[in-house]
Design a protein around this ligand. Sequence first.
Ligand SMILES: Cc1cc2nc3c(=O)[nH]c(=O)nc-3n(C[C@H](O)[C@H](O)[C@H](O)COP(=O)(O)O)c2cc1C
Length: 387
Amino acid sequence: MLRFLTAGESHGQTLIGIIEGIPAGLELSSDDINHELARRQIGYGRGNRMKIEKDSVEITCGVRWGKTLGSPIGLLIKNKDWVNWSEKMSPDPSHADCILPETKPRPGHADLTGIIKYSHNDTRSVLERASARETAMRVALGAVAKKFIGVFGIQILSHVIEIGGVKSRVRKITLDNLIDLAEKSELRCGDKKAESMMKNKIDEARKKGDSVGGIFEVIVINVPVGLGSYSQWDKRMNARLAYAVMSIQAIKGVEIGIGFECAGKFGSEVHDGIYYNRKSRSFYRKTNRAGGIEGGITNGENIVIRAAMKPIATLYSPLDSVDIVTKKPFKASIERSDICAVPAASVVGEAMIAIEIANGFSEKFGGDSIDEIKRNYEGYIDYMKRI
Ligand SMILES: Cc1cc2nc3c(=O)[nH]c(=O)nc-3n(C[C@H](O)[C@H](O)[C@H](O)COP(=O)(O)O)c2cc1C
């Protein structure tokens, strides 16, 4: 089983991550991870913080001479802004009175629910951990998972398909081409025309002190048949992927395959017929409306998942709120903020899906080393040809 934990506050000293269950013998370097961290930081509509950050990771344990040991892997990302926050976020009680508590909760954030739940008197004690800054570490841990499943040819790709109501409309284009265009786009969008309209929407929101959300799509290719199971509710791969994606800050909806669209169609328009290729000795589909999962099990087609992100909650024209001490109405305080973070969220989505696919892969082909997993995997591929 693969599991991970993150720790760290948005303006704390560091973000920390531990991932357990990665087999021994996997080649892993900080460059593999830094490449993914840089992808999370781009995007038209991001706030100033992205200019300060330039994240880089330190691998602190679990790797020796470029290869994983099979023990837990520890990662660390330093917050470059810590110099300006070392007293305000200090663990040392002698700094406790260095600033006044922040008492104006921002709607759409964990500020109010968090202070009530944890009996805090300062929204900073909540927002620092609730912030999506934590997703930098998820992306780092996801890079490790990507490296693992990459050995078996599994790739995780993503692109943005909607921002502020503007839809990408790419047709008759190969997946390779689409992803290539998305990787070069400031909004991770493969449709140039839509990208420029999306930028206009972001500019319009910025001018109004508002924000926009959108939809991204993650595609997993070369997934073997058989990850996940119908045998228990929490083993279903569709449920596990939805949970992984819904756990990302600001994600409010997830669909797999044609998702919500299937509810209004006839069954014949929804299900994917089964065919057999005698030459390659494999089953295949001509359509993939199921999005690569049937009965909670991967069916060998690409996994296709879309996630809806709400507009950023911190608004430069703030919404109504109430001071938690005086109970007087107030305009919610402004924390430095993105206007749109859908492209970044799509990279976080890739990371979360990579971790869950790697988890399903370990369950199915489990072993302590990459070599052992390769033997198990190859045996299974061989078995499939003999079905
Ligand atoms: C990559 C990423 C970046 C984000 N950046 C911001 C931001 O700059 N400002 C903001 O208010 N919310 C931002 N969010 C969303 C908030 O973290 C999120 O809405 C908030 O923590 C409340 O959680 P909830 O929306 O899941 O209820 C971001 C989310 C993601 C995934």
